[in-house]
Write a protein that binds this ligand. Structure first.
Ligand code: GLN
Length: 192
């Protein structure tokens, strides 16, 4: 089987850790920094954590916004972490949506103990208890019926999937556990 090719948005934020994680799982990862990077074959896309407002601005300036939005809307498997979740969300309480392709309503910087930065362990999608690192994390306040909830912490939704779109409020790339990236590669990117 050919190695899966995963594009990782690398204009800002924690992209290097995602690239390392994808490679550890035997797939190939490449950085998306400018338009020509989108000419490479891509089986999946990762939108990393960072600062969603800065990323949105850079996506516009670099001309990446529309082509990426179109690819996601056309069914490209995508995984958004933290700020990446905010880029996908159709609604953001107290913020402006970006791609707005995923039928979830998110709340920015509004979650949890220690001003939204904390570590916990919780059940993920029937795959066991995994480490979850939250950094000024958003959470998902509500989802449409077509969205599957994959994890909750303190009764807040922290992982969800809608077909080709998958998002977590926490940062699995900052821990050693590969469950979430394996889920993305094997389940969300299936058939691509
Ligand atoms: N608070 C950040 C935002 O609004 C997200 C934080 C993160 O990605 N670690 O973009």
């Amino acid at each position: 089987m050919e190695k899966k090719q995963i594009g990782v948005l690398a204009v800002q934020g924690a992209f290097a850790e995602h690239i390392a994680m994808v490679r550890r799982l035997g797939a190939e990862a490449f950085e998306i920094r400018q338009l020509p990077d989108l000419e490479r074959p891509m089986d999946g896309l990762i939108l990393p954590g960072g600062e969603s407002t800065a990323m949105r601005k850079l996506l516009d300036e670099l001309g990446l916004y529309e082509p990426l939005r179109a690819k996601i809307a056309a069914g490209l498997p995508v995984y958004g972490t933290c700020a990446g979740l905010l880029l996908l969300a159709k609604e953001i309480e107290g913020g402006t949506p970006c791609f707005a392709t995923m039928d979830v309503s998110a709340v920015r910087n509004a979650y949890g103990r220690q001003l939204g930065s904390f570590y916990t362990e919780a059940e993920f999608a029937g795959l066991g208890t995994i480490p979850m690192t939250f950094i000024r994390a958003p959470y998902i306040a509500s989802v449409q019926k077509n969205v599957k909830v994959l994890a909750t912490v303190d009764e807040k939704i922290v992982a969800a999937r809608q077909g080709n779109q998958f998002a977590t409020a926490f940062h699995p790339e900052l821990n050693e556990d590969v469950t979430v990236h394996r889920y993305f590669l094997e389940e969300v990117c299936k058939g691509n």
